[in-house]
Write a protein that binds this ligand. Sequence first.
Ligand code: HPA
Ligand code: ZN
Length: 327
Amino acid sequence: MSLEGFFRRIPKAELHLHLEGAVSASTFAELAAQNGVALPDGKPTEDLYSYGNLLDFLKVYDLVCASVRSADDFSRITFEALERCALGGARYVELFFSPHAHLAHGVTYSTMLEGILDGFRRARERYGLVAKLIPAHAKPLGAEGGERFLDMVLAERPAEIIGIGFDYDERPNPPGMFLGIVERAKAAGLNVTNHAGEDGPADYVRDTVDLLGLRRVDHGYHVVDDPALMERCRELDVVFTCCPSTTLVTTVWRDLASPDHAIRRMMDAGLNVTIHTDDPPMFGTTLDREYALIAKNFGLSPARLKEVALAGLAASWLDPETKRTWM
Ligand code: HPA
Ligand code: ZN
């Protein structure tokens, strides 16, 4: 079997994938034209998928969000995202989406859910892929915005919604702002995860673990700046959903071959690292490619890669019974 075939065939869980970041440049172009969304300088969408940092990226991400309007649009982008996951060897997907970015264009939450769940159904029928949904709160909308976000999520709650996340611009919006929302979400039986330590400091990873009480951190790279925190996260078995290609754009670690790269140091320190894609076409990647990247750059054996994939399934929010049958 080719090396590429091997990476594709390892059964994987995709736990860090944003629906709107999974829209291909060609689908983005079609939806923008169809829904009358003007692109900057009339540039081809391929040229827009290039950024210097997290904030640059988020501007383009918002344009993609603006281009998705009808339930059919949501079904299309969901199916296309999940199809790419299935072809890259994913068995199971937990998918973030950004409700606020569509509400801003008059799209109702019900329309989003209708389209996304239709995409889930089609991907399950076609590829046997199981997917769950994680509405994500945009941190810049603050704590009050977060309370309204959670009200909306709790008011319309199909079984596919298994948790909530927090994302967008990290540094000005420390985790503690969202303590009340996290507590309410947990009390309502939702899982919670938080983007932290991507371009924010190690303190934000600590606050996510110790103040919010979460055991899943999206990215988390700046944990490497605090050895005591690293040890604590190892003891608590905190899951870090890492995305190698994203680090080359949104973090200070822009060379995967460097022994100093944060993901490598996290793995070497025995942290529970799982590997995902974040926004795959927007960062020019796929799930099997992310595995190939760490294999090549970190010198990981096939056996170690299988362990990483199993760690992803184990870290998922699937119920323990289903998880056991899959591992
Ligand atoms: N970081 C923060 N917000 C995001 C990201 C990310 O990598 N992708 C989509 N929204
Ligand atoms: Zn992300």
